[in-house]
Design a protein around this ligand. Structure first.
Ligand SMILES: Nc1ncnc2c1ncn2[C@@H]1O[C@H](COP(=O)(O)OP(=O)(O)OP(=O)(O)O)[C@@H](O)[C@H]1O
Ligand SMILES: N[C@@H](CCO)C(=O)O
Length: 322
């Protein structure tokens, strides 16, 4: 998170009067994250997270995101619960933004993920995929190939400012991905942004998942690909096979991947790397430059795109025969 939109104590006090949370004791902006404005709020009844939804979140999608958290929590996936207002609604408006209050999850995200963390994430991801099966709402993935193209058209001309030759490199990737992108893999509700900073641990035990604001309906194996990218590379950009093996084994201990999913994995990893490279590149070139916003490096994901281009089969990620 970040803080793009600031709020006053008076505004927040008035907003919280719509809830049954007791009096406002204190609140503070949270520096982490990039997408929305988040505050930790302490009231007479406990601690909560207040989120003001910023540019990438459509107000019309909030019932999907907030309803999904409630649905998953009821099925045993630990995640924040949206707090209902006195009138039953789960969202309101604050400082001109759609806003919601969710419960505070204990735990810390792992700054240096280990293979043990990766295994737990694999288990949690597969459990989420299964728990989402009977969620009544659906939402197409706005950041699949068409969405990538829109981002690309907004930064293509300036891509070479970030890395010489990037424009041509990405154009070639688009061609390969469009030609081979699978459309018939097992699909359902996916998290779509399950990076280490969205997974909390208490010691070695996973204590919860947060940040469902990219969740959507898409191929389950695409979510696995996103996690391989986010969890299994080292700071020197090398893929860590032990971590890949652990993540995939954890996932498959709950939901085995089909042969078609395994075969598609290298292309899905490549596509997911392009997706995160593009949102990072877009933000790199277009701001935001507001207070408490840390820009993420697009080149980290350019390196991952290059890695996946030379992968021959999913065995190189550590997939074990089931
Ligand atoms: N339910 C929660 N319980 C405890 N802390 C939370 C909770 N939700 C968010 N946070 C804190 O706020 C930070 C940012 O939250 P979140 O990841 O949802 O923001 P974001 O702007 O959507 O970020 P991202 O860049 O990951 O998309 C988290 O890293 C965590 O420190
Ligand atoms: N997880 C994303 C940012 C939030 O969507 C990234 O690291 O680029």
């Amino acid at each position: 998170m970040a803080v793009y939109t600031d709020i006053t104590e008076v505004e927040l006090g008035a907003f919280l009067r719509e809830y049954d949370l007791g009096e406002l004791l204190s609140y503070k902006g949270i520096a982490e994250g990039t997408e929305n404005s988040n505050f930790i709020v302490h009231t007479g009844s406990g601690s909560y997270i207040l989120t003001l939804y910023e540019k990438r979140v459509e107000k019309a999608d909030l019932p999907f995101f907030l309803g999904l958290m409630e649905h998953l929590a009821k099925r045993g996936v630990t995640c924040p619960l949206p707090v209902h207002r006195r009138d039953g609604a789960v969202m309101g408006e604050l400082a001109g933004r759609p806003a919601a209050v969710i419960t505070f999850l204990e735990g810390m995200w792992p700054r240096r993920p280990t293979a043990a963390h990766c295994r737990e994430v694999g288990v949690a991801l597969a459990s989420m995929h299964i728990a989402g099966a009977d969620f009544a709402l659906s939402r197409p993935n706005a950041l699949s190939i068409d969405g990538w193209k829109k981002l690309w058209s907004g930064c293509r001309e300036r891509a070479d400012e970030v890395e010489q030759g990037l424009e041509a490199e990405v154009a070639a990737d688009f061609a390969a991905l469009e030609a081979g992108w699978p459309s018939d893999l097992p699909a359902g509700v996916i998290h779509a942004d399950l990076f280490p900073d969205n997974v909390f641990f208490l010691g070695d035990r996973l204590s919860g998942l947060i940040d469902f604001y990219f969740a959507c309906n898409d191929a389950f194996a695409y979510d696995v690909a996103t996690c391989l990218n986010a969890w299994c590379f080292e700071r020197d950009h090398a893929f860590n096979l032990t971590k890949g093996t652990a993540l995939l084994a954890g996932y498959q201990s709950v939901r085995p991947l089909s042969p078609a999913e395994v075969e598609a994995l290298p292309l899905l990893c490549r596509g997911s790397a392009l997706r995160f490279m593009l949102t990072r590149l877009y933000d790199w070139l277009h701001g935001p430059d507001g207070a408490m916003v840390k820009k993420r490096d697009p080149l980290e994901y350019v390196r991952k795109m290059r890695f996946h281009r030379q992968i021959g089969s999913a065995a190189e990620y550590g997939i074990q025969p089931q």
